[in-house]
Design a protein. Structure first.
Length: 81
């Protein structure tokens, strides 16, 4: 039975401490970016901070997907054995 990406995400968030930590960081960055998005005009410093948060959010997302790919690869090896 193949898990959907959403099912795998939920399971890893529950069972994998590092994945859970990364998911929480991703959510925090998203909330902070949302706070900047509610400001009509951003100062140069606010815009810089917003872009920095976006980059950090993408790094965390990449790390989460790496864990998901690793987990899916391990499961494929088990199934093909």
């Amino acid at each position: 039975m193949n898990e959907t990406e959403a099912q795998l995400f939920a399971r890893l968030k529950e069972e994998h401490p590092e994945f859970r930590r990364l998911a929480e960081k991703h959510r925090e960055y998203d909330q902070k970016i949302g706070e900047f998005d509610r400001i009509y005009y951003l100062t140069t410093e606010q815009e810089r901070k917003r872009k920095e948060l976006q980059k950090m959010k993408l790094v965390v997302k990449d790390q989460m997907y790496a864990i998901m790919r690793q987990f899916m690869g391990q499961n494929e090896k088990v199934l093909s054995s």
